[in-house]
Design a binder for this molecule. Structure first.
Ligand SMILES: NC(=O)c1ccc[n+]([C@@H]2O[C@H](COP(=O)([O-])OP(=O)(O)OC[C@H]3O[C@@H](n4cnc5c(N)ncnc54)[C@H](O)[C@@H]3O)[C@@H](O)[C@H]2O)c1
Length: 261
């Protein structure tokens, strides 16, 4: 039986990360060829190697989403390796979990540049390729902060609310080219983003879900009773990437166990 993404060619940013990696594996299983793009080359290579070992088609690519030149190269290499790009997943993101008073100008710029400018540059880079393909789907990673940013990190709230506007703008602009754009918003997902101490998303005992108090607080904020896992999100990304979602554009799909209710 043909896969649900047979013939599709996807660039997945943050592809070496937990959610991007799960999307890459699932999309490849469903027949897509994947450019696993991440600023962390080793992480991209690990995800890509696993896909190729499992019989899929993947290419690891070191990409800093903040660079338009790097984006142009990533699209060229993907086209030369697999063909025209049909699918883009903008997962790369950053956060610094400090209050408005404490957030520095540098932290603000990092969050906005990786999460929002990176997605904008990615869309601009892939659209010409999608036009050549005759179809395209752009999937943006949202958050609970895309619905109710609250009083935490102001850069994160602005980035994730900005992603709603970027999604609608791209959906309106490119519907005529048969290109859809959807934002998918997770709740609390058990990944290194909220567990580990990463350069793009530092955590300490105060913020990490390694701290049982934080884990339980996030769990009790989830009416369906558990944190999400990367595969919960990958399934929604898959649906949105297929023609089953042919009439869905500009909208948000929440995968949050009810946290936003
Ligand atoms: N985990 C959660 O609870 C949660 C909830 C809502 C939204 N999100 C969003 O999900 C995304 C993170 O995914 P994750 O939870 O799998 O985290 P993750 O830390 O496992 O993955 C993030 C990946 O992005 C990569 N990255 C960072 N900066 C980059 C750059 N400049 N260019 C290219 N790649 C870069 C990292 O190397 C990493 O592999 C972010 O957009 C985040 O805002 C996460």
């Amino acid at each position: 039986m043909a896969g649900r993404l047979e013939g599709k060619i996807a660039i997945i940013t943050g592809g070496g990360g937990a959610m991007g990696g799960a999307q890459a594996a699932l999309f490849a299983k469903e027949g897509a060829a994947i450019c696993v793009a991440d600023v962390n080359r080793d992480a991209a290579k690990d995800v890509s190697d696993k896909i190729n070992a499992d019989g899929g088609r993947a290419l690891p690519y070191e990409l800093d989403v903040r660079s338009s030149e790097a984006w142009a190269e990533a699209v060229t290499v993907t086209e030369q390796t697999f063909g025209n790009v049909t699918t883009l997943c903008n997962n790369a993101g950053a956060n610094f979990r400090v209050s408005f008073d404490e957030q520095t100008e540098e932290q603000w710029h990092t969050i906005i540049e990786i999460g929002l400018t990176g997605a904008f540059l990615g869309i601009k880079a892939v659209v010409p390729s999608m036009r050549k393909a005759g179809n395209g789907v752009i999937l943006n990673m949202g958050s609970l902060a895309s619905i109710r940013p609250g009083g935490g990190s102001p850069g994160y709230g602005a980035q994730k609310m900005g992603m709603v506007g970027l999604t609608r703008s791209a959906a309106s602009s490119y519907a005529k080219d048969n290109i859809r754009c959807v934002i998918i918003s997770p709740g609390h997902v058990d990944t290194p983003f909220i567990r580990g101490d990463n350069p793009h998303s530092p955590n300490n005992w105060e913020t990490s879900i390694d701290n049982p108090e934080n884990y339980e607080r996030r769990k009790s904020n989830t009416p369906l009773g558990r944190l999400q896992v990367p595969e919960d999100l990958a399934n929604a990304f898959l649906f949105a990437a297929t023609d089953e979602a042919a009439m869905i554009t500009g909208s948000m799909i929440t995968v949050d166990g009810g946290s936003a209710l």
